[in-house]
Design a protein around this ligand. Sequence first.
Ligand code: SAH
Length: 355
Amino acid sequence: MDITNLHHVLADEPKFRYAQANKALFQDFISDWAEASNLPKPLREKLAEECPLGIKAEVLETARSHKSWKALITLADGEVIETVLIRQNNDKKADGIKGQEEQKSARNTVCVSSQAGCPLNCSFCATGMNGFRRNLSAEEIVEQVVFWSRYLKQEGKNEKIDNIVFMGMGEPFLNYEQFIKAVKFINNPETLNIGARRLSVSTAGVLEGIKRLAGEKLQINLAISLHAANDELRRDLMPIAKKHSLYELFKAVDNYIAKTGRRVMFEYLMIKGVNDRDEDARELARLMKKPLYLANLIPYNPTGRFQASDRGRIAEFKKILEGERVPVTVRLSFGADISAACGQLAGKKKNQAAA
Ligand code: SAH
């Protein structure tokens, strides 16, 4: 899909055509201009030539869970990126009241990539293992959301994308301009109209990005990939920690909180024998005891080097944090069976063998 010529094509048309085109693209999710019945035929034909809408993608469905789908999107220059749709069903049973129908509601979250590859090379993450290719444009970020919106429509699901997490391939804050441009586009009531509160961005700790986001006056959620409660271990796991100490990272986060009043989530991967001991939990608790801090424990999805902590260990670790009155949640890990889970997005087609 390439709509960079849209303004140009519509330049001589009445002004309302632009709103009509936006509605067709980002609310009706047409995949062919022929479907935009509100536009005159000659214009549709011109648009079809100048603004191609096709998105080259392959979708991988989960055989088992039917909860997450991964798509590999091939960009115009041949780079392959990954994006994931996570569908959470909230089937509400009618509390035993006879005759009342079971209510079904689903929440659809899309995980988007912000770069092709990633330069940060965290030791536990599959994306970094293949190196960095390039930054994505805002259009390429938005295209991932459009892709899944079209997908839901084609599947006959009368559902929309509710949440977007910038937790796919890449480091959003190393592509700040395009990331923020994509956020504003997604927020725009004339296009995707998804509120900032429904968007979350995760950073490995790019201080400049945290600082800039604090100045945006956006209600987007911020998450920090922490993964270690001391500098030594963090430097082992994440090369970026050699650049910024935990002291500097927390200072940037505290400034962000002072400026925005918003809660910050700290992501903590649970890696067997590496960061999941009782003393790690206590060390983490000491760091987390601040207002508006929230710890999120993430079951590690094996990517080669480490092993995952078992469920019992995660529960114990959580208990220690709770005992210290640290707000803590455990992330559900969808998509592990299709290599679509956090940190498993490598942009490599060979991953499909997992299906
Ligand atoms: N670069 C950003 C966003 C991409 S990663 C960041 O580092 O935050 C999104 C989340 O997935 C991060 O919390 C990341 O640490 C986590 N993650 C990476 N590898 C993982 C793995 N193997 N298993 C589970 N989560 C992983």
